[in-house]
Every structure is written in C-alpha cells, then in structure tokens.
Design a protein around this ligand. Structure first.
Ligand code: MSP
Length: 517
C-alpha cells in the first residue's frame, strides 16, 4: 500500500432494511483500518454511505406508504444513528440520490456513449424482478433465480449495454500483474476462474415504464441506470472534483463481502478502464457471519441487531469481538456465548487485569506516580525487546488488513506483561528490596501496557482512551474518539517518570454467565 495516502470504502448499504451485523462488521473494519492509518500519520479518507435506487427500495417505500426519497431519508437516519453508536469515524457519507453523485454517473454514461462503449440492443432472456438481474437458461435452477430462489420471468426488451466483453483480456492481465488487486488470494483465483469463460456485455439500463426509481440515462429519458452501474460509481463520485478525479482517487481499499465480489472485481474495474480512470489498489472480500451453518440475514430471520448487543456489552467490547473473532476473508460463527467468552478471556482477564495490577501497585507503592526506572535487568530488557518487535508485526498485519492478527500480536504482548509480573512478583520483592527495587518493573510494565493500549486504540477508541487517560498520558478520556494518538506513540519510551496516574475501577468487568439449566 502506498505510504502516505489511504482511501478506504465500505459497500453502500441498501436502505430497504435496517442495519444489521453484516453491515456493522464491514463498517467497523473500515473504521479500525482508517483509525490505524490516521495514527500512522497517513492522509486518510474513509467513505461509507447508502445505495438508494432500484426495485427493492421502491417496494420497501411502497410498503411503508412513503415516497421513495422520504423512505430513504428515514432509513439513512437509522444507519447514521447506528454508526454514531458504533463510533464510526467516517469522513464522508454518500447517498446515491445526491446530486453530486447523479451528476458524475450521468457524465460517465455520456462519455461512454459518445465513445461507443455503450450500445442499444434487444435483450431476450429471463429476469428476476426483485434482484433486477437477467439470467440465461443455464444459470437458473428449477425455473428460479440462482441468487434468491424466486421465480424468473421471460423478458424481451430494448436496453443499453456496456461493452464489458472488450475488457476481458485486459482485466485478466491486470489481475495477474497486480497480485494484491483482489484479496484474499483464493478470491483472486475465483475471479480468474470466472474470467476463463467468455465475459458478456453488461445491461446497464432499465425501462422507466417498468422501473422509474433510478438515475435517468442522459441520452434517453425512457430509461434509468441499472442500480449496480449507478452505485459502484459512488467510490469515485464522492471524491471527484469538477476538473477530474481529484487527489484522493484512486481508492486504496474497497472492503466488500464475498457475495458482491463479481460486481466489484469485474464490473467496476472494466467500467473504470472504459472511462479512462485509475484502478483501485485493492479489493478485499470478507466472509459472512454465520448463525449455525447459515448466513445471518434478514430473510432467514436469524439476524442479530448490532444495537441490541451494543447496549448489553458496550461498544468497545462489541467492536473487539467483531474484529478478533473473524479471520478476514473467512466465515465466522456468531453466538452470544462467543461474545461473552471473548470479553471475559481477553478483555476482563488479560487486559483489564493487567491494567488493574499495574495501577494498584503504582498507587500503593509510588503514590500514583510512575517511578523513575533505575538500571534495567535482563528480564526488563527482554520485555522491552518484545514490545519493540510487536509494533512492526502489528503494522505488517494491518497492511494486509489482517486485523485479527494485529490484535493477537498485541494481546500476546499484554500476556507477556502479565507473565513478566508473575515472574518478578513485585508485590513480594518489595518486602525485601523496598520501592527502589521494584521501580523498574513498575515503570516497564506501565510503558508496555501504554504501548499495547495505543495499538488497540483503533479497535476500542473509547476504552483505550480511558486506559491511556488513567495511565496519565492523555488529558482527556474521550480524546481518542475524535483524534488519533500521535504517531510517536508507536515507540517505546513515552510514559515519563513522575507522571501522575489516575487509578479506576475494572475497565472491562467480567460478565457472569448463568449456569446452564
Ligand atoms: N448495495 C449493495 C452494495 C453496493 S456497493 C457499490 C449491497 N448492499 S447490502 O446492504 O445488501 O450488503 C452490504 C454488505 O453487507 C455486503 O458486503 C454483504 O456481504 C454484507 N453482509 C450482509 N450479510 C452479511 C453477513 N451475515 N456477514 C457479513 N457480511 C454480510 O450489497
């Protein structure tokens, strides 16, 4: 990834439904990455938003007896409210109904039309109305849509097509020459496999007579733009300037779920190529949160409302669980027991206890002041080395968006501090050596913890801000919610002797589980 600039996006969420755990996961992942990059001093831009056109949205609006835009307005409010509760620090929120977006979509359509990249033809085929997709005979399963299982209908109509097929060879070459373009590698192979079959042209219009809720095709008022052709352009329209792409384009990273890989890794790059725009650096597809064996989804009815769990366990613990328990790319099982288990083991036991121990000793033996460390012993130096080694490992994991690994590396440091304290047992040693003899242990463990909390702060900006305030390095406990820590904090040696600490109660109280009946 190019150092210095980081532009990350989430998919634009459909506003036919309330935000759920799948949306929350991608958005928290983007937030954590954005916060990390800000902490490293990169010029960071984080975009999210909503996908508001198309049949599904129109139907949801009708069901509620609302005009489509009024329906979208109220749903956008719900998304933004959840994002506030999840402490999402997006820089921009784009809605596909905004003028700034529609203008760019129409500009691109005009450019492609005038350049002969779009043509009109009669389409004959099978169509899934709810999914707004055409299928061929070989795609459909028992007369039903392979995506949603609902019946498809035969359709014959005039439409506009984008000459996507012309870019097939170029796309294969681009993917082969840019190994990081599609991540993880198995998804890259999946796309290359898909591209072994001939790539068709893409139908990019819908007749107004059938669907009016869309961006008008600028050169034919009888048609609106296909919802995917419209929505994908948001990544560009949000940062484009009047004169062209602007300094933020191209995106560094498009985060998506595995179900929308083809649209992002095939449609989008060919659209950009046809429009003469630079390609994003990377598209990363994550897996699904499962309930049992099944994807959690509204239609299955097994969806967890992120807000419910947020209220019970707190935003930081919830964010931590989402980031730690899903290996980016793979599916992960969701259960409340897993959330509780993770909070108790990692946050209450390892991290919370470590902070508590360090604070208590500095309180008891040093009147709440970080002691000056005398000459260091071998065990102290070993811990410092370990902390020094942790930082580049965490940063490397982050460059590959392997958040679970970045967290695990940091938690290993926390566990190492706990082991170090067990071995040095300052609470016993103090009896023989006096405070002088344990000053080094206390100073080293406090600084190690300070570093670990800094590394965890993009995941848990609230609680880690509180911890760093208690350790005396932040004046305000809520500072990290709005401002990243100083990049210089990614090195050993920030906590100065005589700094006053502010001991508090358990940062992550243990959650008592009810015994099974
Ligand atoms: N509107 C399109 C995206 C357009 S981007 C230009 C869309 N929206 S969506 O609201 O249906 O889905 C958004 C994202 O949520 C997808 O990336 C999808 O993978 C993700 N998830 C939905 N359910 C999920 C899980 N159970 N687990 C993890 N993510 C899943 O598609």
């Amino acid at each position: 990834m190019t150092r210095g600039k980081f532009y990350v996006t989430t998919p634009l969420y459909y506003v036919n439904d309330a935000p759920h755990i799948g949306h929350a996961y991608t958005t928290v992942l983007a937030d954590v990455l954005a916060r990390f990059h800000r902490m490293r001093g990169d010029e960071t831009w984080f975009l999210t938003g909503t996908d508001e056109h198309g049949q599904k949205i129109l139907e949801s609006a009708r069901q509620r007896g609302l005009e489509p835009l009024a329906h979208c307005d109220s749903m956008v409010e719900r998304f933004q409210q959840v994002w506030r509760k999840l402490q999402i620090s997006y820089d921009d929120f784009i809605r596909t109904t905004e003028e700034r977006h529609q203008r760019v979509v129409q500009q691109i359509l005009t450019q492609l039309w005038e350049g002969g990249r779009i043509y009109q033809a009669t389409y004959e085929g099978l169509y899934c109305i709810p999914d707004e997709r055409y299928w061929t005979e070989k795609d459909i399963v028992d007369g039903k849509c392979p995506l949603c299982g609902r019946p498809v209908v035969p359709l014959s109509e005039k439409n506009y097509f984008f000459r996507m097929s012309e870019y097939q060879d170029w796309l294969i070459r681009h993917i082969e020459e840019h190994p990081g373009f599609i991540q993880p590698e198995y998804r890259r192979n999946e796309v290359l496999g898909f591209l072994r079959k001939p790539l068709g042209d893409l139908c990019i219009s819908r007749p107004v007579a059938r669907l009016s809720w869309g961006i008008p095709i600028p050169f034919d008022p009888e048609y609106v733009t296909y919802v995917w052709f419209d929505a994908l352009i948001n990544y560009y329209s949000a940062v484009a300037t009047a004169g062209g792409p602007g300094a933020r384009w191209p995106a560094s990273l498009h985060l998506i779920g595995k179900d929308i890989l083809t649209t992002h890794a095939v449609y989008w790059p060919t659209m950009l190529q046809a429009a003469g725009l630079a390609q994003p650096e990377s598209i990363l597809a994550h897996g699904w949160w499962l309930s049992g064996e099944q994807k959690m989804s509204k239609s299955v009815g097994n969806v967890v409302q992120p807000l419910d769990l947020l209220e019970v366990y707190g935003v930081d613990a919830f964010r931590y669980f989402l980031m730690r328990d899903m290996v980016v790319g793979l599916d992960a099982a969701f259960s409340e027991a897993a959330v509780v288990g993770r909070i108790n083991a990692d946050l209450a036991n390892d991290l919370g206890n470590c902070l508590n121990r360090v604070e208590r000793m500095i309180h008891n033996y040093c009147q709440d002041r970080i002691p000056a460390a005398p000459d260091l012993e071998e065990a102290d130096r070993e811990l410092i080395d370990r902390a020094d080694r942790t930082v580049p490992r965490v940063l490397e994991a982050l460059d590959g968006a392997r958040i679970h690994q970045a967290i695990e590396e940091t938690m290993e440091l926390v566990r190492a501090i706990n082991r170090y304290l067990e071995i040095k047992a300052p609470w016993k040693a103090v009896k023989e050596t006096g405070v002088e003899g344990i000053a080094g242990t206390l100073a080293v463990s406090a600084e190690g913890l300070r570093l670990a909390c800094t590394l965890l702060s993009p995941v848990m900006p609230g609680k880690m801000g509180e911890a760093l305030h208690r350790l005396g390095v932040l004046d305000s406990a809520v500072e990290l919610l709005a401002h990243p820590p100083d990049p210089a904090w990614l090195r050993w040696g920030v906590l100065q002797a005589w700094t006053a600490i502010r001991p508090g109660t358990a940062l992550f109280p243990r959650i008592e589980t009810k015994p099974a009946p």
